[in-house]
Design a protein around this ligand. Structure first.
Ligand code: GLU
Length: 516
């Protein structure tokens, strides 16, 4: 019987969640759902120096917002708890000891200064400046020092780290689900620290031990982890677990829009688009980095866009619901090469999702932006009629303007005139063609509107046509001025439906307010 599929997302809580991280979550999630497996969230917080307050909660909130919730996590618990590596600290020592006993790892007593000195000896040659077969012989460790001295140092409580002893000239092989067979020359990899002086494991030891203990069957992670893979493969082997090693998939990088290198937070700041899933506030500096959520993306659109950033569905179709993605996803169709991020395309996805969303859903999403807009309009901030803030009204409004909205804040920009009298009127747009005849028409028509027995789109339009005819004007002559009066600018849905929606009193007030 084949093993139950178990995958994991294993972030270190060091800051905002990059869209590449969310894509890793997504591919994990899709794979787990497709195979009826489990999706685990494990927090890799063993590096105390990089730990950032609030980052774990933020990661969990991002997953919630995206609708990609794990089956097991620090918050939810699960059969393999705890899911926070700092709470599993006591587990790792035993495995480090096992590696020492079998000769695959050793104690190293070097101070930071001694390591620094060794590195400096090699000048700028990074490749040579590493703790490995060449250097370990003269550094202070349990391989170079006589056994009795090692015992003494240990008994005296001398601080030490445990390092893996990398073999020399060995080809380490890994079959990656995306890249096929990948080989590494063991001589090029340094003796990585496995256990730190504070007793905490490093990422390398903890990731292997936890993937084993948590029975992970497939491990998807970013391409940037590929150089660490040989260390992990050896640890699986040295710990006697090789047959349980998960199948690896190293996901392609997400590249800058011009394809030149990995997309970073700084690129987002520079080019004016978000790189994080949600706003991230640095707890130390208070600096806020913008997120897709706050920019006004719908999570479904964000997730759909990410799915295609590195995965080719093999069909023309681009819009996929999460359920469709679960059906269609295949790790074999994930590219090897990096995927260029295209913000315009990301916005296109959002526009499509807004366009196809039902008005009820959109009303809920647009509501905070409408409320904020009202708050910010100062003197005009009071919706002039409480009727206009009902849910029913809001649903009709979003239905009328949704095709013009790409990001959720657009709902205020495109619909504010349904709620408040426009603050600025683009009179320049109509000034050239303005004349007494038009002025006369609008004052007559405004008076006639007072007496209009029924107030609806058809009745208002019919009355407008009739009065334009009487004034010797064509309907086309009065449409733009009417739009400018009601909306403030040259945009928005049909003018008569706007008049219908904002009501008789407000329509007449706006017509009368404009004098050229
Ligand atoms: N803790 C690593 C990270 O922060 C996880 C890498 C892996 O999935 O093995 O991304």
């Amino acid at each position: 019987m084949s093993k139950k599929v178990r995958v994991r997302f294993a972030p270190s809580p060091t800051g905002g969640l990059h869209l590449g991280g969310v894509r890793t979550v997504l591919y994990n999630y899709l794979f787990a759902r497709q195979h009826g497996g489990d999706f685990v969230l494990r927090i890799e917080d063993t590096d105390q120096a990089r730990f950032v307050e609030g980052a774990e909660q933020y990661i969990m909130d991002c997953l919630k917002w995206c609708g990609l919730e794990p089956d097991e996590s620090p918050e939810k618990g699960g059969p393999f708890a705890p899911y926070r590596q700092s709470e599993r600290k006591h587990l790792y020592y035993e495995y480090a000891q096992k590696l020492i006993d079998s000769g695959h790892a050793y104690y190293a007593f070097d101070t930071t200064e001694e390591i620094e000195k060794m590195r400096n000896t090699y000048g700028n040659d990074d490749h040579k400046a590493q703790y490995d077969e060449t250097t370990r012989g003269y550094m202070r460790n349990s391989i170079s020092l006589p056994p009795d001295e090692v015992v003494k140092l240990l008994e005296n409580g001398t601080p030490y780290v445990v390092r893996i002893k990398m073999p020399v000239n060995q080809t380490i092989r890994l079959t990656d689900m995306i890249r096929g067979e990948v080989t590494f020359d063991s001589s090029l990899v340094d003796d990585k620290v496995l256990l730190k002086a504070d007793g905490m494991p490093t990422y390398h030891l903890a990731v292997v031990v936890d993937d084993y203990l948590m029975q992970i069957t497939h491990a998807f992670r970013g391409e940037e982890w590929l150089p660490s893979a040989p260390v992990h493969v050896l640890l699986w082997e040295y710990l006697g677990w090789k047959e349980h090693m998960p199948l690896w998939a190293h996901l392609p990088l997400i590249l800058k829009p011009d394809g030149n290198g990995k997309l970073s937070k700084r690129d987002g700041d520079r080019l004016g688009f978000p790189v994080f899933a949600m706003n991230w506030t640095d707890p130390k500096t208070g600096e806020i980095t913008k997120g897709f959520r706050e920019m006004g993306f719908m999570p479904q659109a964000f997730v759909n866009m990410l799915a295609l950033l590195g995965w080719n569905p093999g069909v023309e179709k681009e819009i996929f619901t999460l359920d469709e993605l679960i059906m269609a996803f295949s790790i074999e169709r994930v590219h090897k090469g990096g995927a260029k991020f295209d913000f315009e395309k990301a916005k296109w996805f959002n526009n499509q999702y807004i366009h196809h969303a039902d008005n009820e859903t959109l009303a809920k999403l647009a509501m905070p932006y409408i409320e904020d807009g009202l708050k910010n309009t100062g003197i005009n901030s009071r919706a002039y009629d409480s009727r206009l803030m009902t849910y029913d009204y809001l649903q009709r409004v979003v239905g009328l303007v949704k095709d013009r909205c790409t990001l959720l804040p657009d709902f205020w920009a495109q619909a504010h005139f349904f709620f408040v009298t426009p603050e600025t009127i683009d009179v320049a747009a109509i000034k050239d063609k303005w004349n007494d005849q038009k002025q006369q028409f609008f004052s007559n028509w405004a008076a006639a509107l007072e007496a209009l027995p029924e107030w609806n789109e058809q009745a208002i339009e019919a009355s407008c046509n009739e009065h334009a005819l009487q004034a010797g004007l064509k309907k086309g002559d009065v449409m733009l001025p009417l739009r400018i009066m009601l909306v403030g600018g040259k945009y928005g849905p049909g003018v008569f439906i706007i008049a219908d929606m904002i009501g008789k009193e407000e329509t007449i007030k706006r017509i009368k307010a404009v004098h050229l």
